[in-house]
Design a protein around this ligand. Structure first.
Ligand code: URA
Length: 307
């Protein structure tokens, strides 16, 4: 009879193999076929039909939210008065229950429709929490929605959470986040005066790059998040977020430091791309160019403040 017991050495070799393949956590005792047919088709336009009362491109109306992380006095100094969400805010449609989905155009269309129904950042976070169109949610531990002050004048957008962010459910809390914090401090900002999010709000397994389909599926949500947060200045951290949100193909070397306008649907927001902090950790010499970008961000904020 075949002996299925692995020796200690074989188990160690297997774990080494998993680690080298990017596996860094156990999910289930037994393998799960995530493509097994769910009880109901997971993504269909009808499931996400917008309520009749919806005003998809209406201007942001959620300025009175408390910062996601602890806000210092700077949070009160944003000069952006709180507003209450309208009583007519659309109810959040229920999402279907299911396993993995095939990321196709219908799923992307559904994501667009669904994101537009959110009338506040809180609603958007809830919608994402029940959105089953992106398979990354199956392997991520947490939704990583945002950190910082949602009414801050400046919003930073990265690519996707890593391991530390996945564990804590907050963007930029690992090594690159610590560098970002130092860069913010250098221009007089912190997480009470900046709002931080990612294009993709779930960690791709093993920190791999999100696929183009994953990015397209998540894009309507970050677009809506920008519209609802309505910052005065938008900063793309790295090529991935700049390319996806500006719909351009240029590399980060060409893009960085170039001020452009991001059309949020309700207005044009001055925006700029800069190097991703993770890249700066690998290429510290490039910090001098980032420093220029951060000084330009400070100057833009001061200009807009009239100081
Ligand atoms: N890199 C990102 O792009 N986002 C994070 O939140 C962390 C690392």
């Amino acid at each position: 009879m075949e002996n299925n017991t692995l020796s200690k050495r074989e188990v160690e070799a297997l774990i080494d193999f998993y680690l080298a393949s990017g596996v860094d956590g156990f999910l289930e005792e037994e393998p799960v076929d995530r493509f097994a047919a769910p009880a109901k088709p997971p993504v269909s336009l009808a499931d996400f039909q917008s309520p009749a009362t919806q005003t998809p491109n209406s201007p942001p109306n959620q300025r009175g939210q408390q910062p996601v992380s602890s806000a210092g006095p700077a949070a009160q100094q944003q000069g952006r008065p709180p507003q209450t969400p309208p009583a007519s805010a659309s109810p959040i449609p229920a999402a279907p229950q299911g396993g993995a989905v095939i990321p196709d155009q219908a799923a992307i269309n559904s994501a667009r429709e669904r994101a537009l129904t959110a009338q506040s950042l809180d609603e958007l976070r809830e919608l994402l929490g029940t959105f089953e169109g992106c398979n990354l949610r199956l392997t991520a531990k947490n939704l990583v929605f945002a950190d910082g002050n949602p009414v801050a004048k400046v919003m930073f957008v990265g690519e996707a959470p890593g391991r530390d962010e996945d564990i804590l459910g907050k963007p930029f809390v690992g090594r690159s986040g610590q560098l970002l914090d130092r860069m913010l401090t250098a221009i007089g900002l912190d997480r009470s005066s900046a709002y931080i999010a990612n294009v993709v709000p779930w960690r791709p397994p093993g920190n791999r790059t999100p696929t183009p389909q994953e990015t397209e599926l998540c894009k309507p949500f970050i677009q809506r998040q920008i519209t609802l947060a309505n910052p005065d200045v938008l900063v793309f951290l790295g090529a991935a977020s700049a390319k996806s949100l500006l719909d351009v193909k240029d590399g980060i070397r060409r893009l960085r430091g170039q001020w452009k306008e991001y059309d949020s649907g309700s207005r044009k927001i001055p925006c700029v791309a800069t190097y991703h902090p993770a890249y700066l950790l690998r290429s510290p010499l490039e910090k001098r160019l980032s420093w220029r970008d951060f000084l330009a961000i400070r100057a833009k904020l001061d200009d807009m403040n009239g100081s």
